[in-house]
Design a binder for this molecule. Structure first.
Ligand SMILES: Nc1nc2c(ncn2[C@@H]2O[C@H](COP(=O)(O)OP(=O)(O)OP(=O)(O)O)[C@@H](O)[C@H]2O)c(=O)[nH]1
Ligand SMILES: [Mg+2]
Length: 277
């Protein structure tokens, strides 16, 4: 018996969604890695698509809009992500909450479990117990509040003691987890304010080796594109890891997702985790 809900038609990804800004992207390839496409065509994706559920945690200061981002409904796009309403009243998340979201990527069913954590200090110790085992970390800040951006970055936030990225990484493998830095409430910024904030945010994203996005949960701007990108990159990383694990490779094949100049965040440890010898 299959207890999983069927994949909705508007969650089907046949192509790789593109990044928002090339300056701060996890990679800028136009298509899925050829080995991933090949594995999907030949039904060689192992546990991906059958049993595997990928965990994604969403962290950031209180009231930056984490819950609204997950529950966001776009009024401009005929698209709903997880829930159907935008709630203008702030209701603090207590501890954690999660939503399950099902996609189909290159014909393979793929599930994301989105963990919405509390930003309030008093709930932080409960929330942090759920950080472990994440394949992607989404760090949210408010585009209209520079302090919330500072709190994402370990280098800038030592003084006030909030280090969303550092805390989340303590419980996860920094060499394989995918990072996304998301500026929220874009609808509240004027274009001039946004340009200024984006400059800082791109720099922070580059420092933390995260992919940068700017969204509005109120208008829906970039919400769909962002979650599709998270699903696609998490799927791609999972399939590559699965291929590596199963040793399904031909002599001379290269699994190196980080292997060319298009990859902005190539690091020694990341290289090691995603490559064939
Ligand atoms: N204008 C605007 N307001 C937003 C947006 N996203 C969230 N908000 C508002 O910001 C407030 C906080 O949103 P939440 O999503 O609850 O914030 P949170 O990060 O989950 O907060 P905690 O659970 O306490 O960590 C609410 O009043 C929302 O209506 C947005 O994109 N635009
Ligand atoms: Mg919340």
């Amino acid at each position: 018996m299959n207890l999983l809900a069927p994949v909705r038609r508007d969650r089907v990804l046949a192509e790789l969604p593109q990044c928002l800004r090339k300056e701060a992207a996890l990679h800028v390839h136009k298509d899925f890695h050829p080995r991933v496409t090949g594995a999907c065509q030949e039904h060689r994706t192992g546990t991906v698509g059958r049993f595997k559920i990928s965990k994604v945690i969403v962290v950031g200061d209180l009231s930056v809009g984490k819950t609204c981002l997950i529950n966001s409904q776009s009024i401009w796009y005929p698209f709903r992500f997880c829930k159907d309403t935008f709630d203008k009243n702030y209701k603090a998340t207590i501890g954690v909450d999660f939503e399950m979201e099902r996609f189909e990527v290159l014909g393979v069913p793929f599930s994301l479990q989105l963990w919405d954590t509390a930003g309030q200090e008093r709930f932080k110790c409960i929330a942090s117990t759920y950080y472990r085992g994440a394949q992607a970390i989404i760090i949210v800040f408010n585009l209209n509040d520079v302090a919330s951006l500072e709190h994402t970055n370990p280098l800038m936030s030592t003084v006030c003691g909030r280090q969303w990225l550092a805390d989340a990484l303590k419980e996860n493998d920094p060499s394989s987890v995918l990072l996304f830095l998301v500026g929220s409430k874009k609808d509240l910024s004027t274009p001039a304010q946004y340009v200024l904030m984006e400059k800082d945010a791109l720099r922070v994203a580059q420092e933390m080796k995260a992919e940068y996005w700017a969204v509005s949960s109120l208008t829906g701007e970039n919400v769909r594109e962002f979650f599709f990108r998270v699903a696609a990159l998490t799927f791609e990383a999972n399939v590559l890891a699965e291929l590596e694990k199963s040793g399904v490779r031909r002599i001379g094949d290269v699994v190196r997702i980080n292997s060319d100049d298009n990859n902005l965040y190539q690091t020694a440890s990341k290289k090691k985790s995603t490559c064939c010898p």
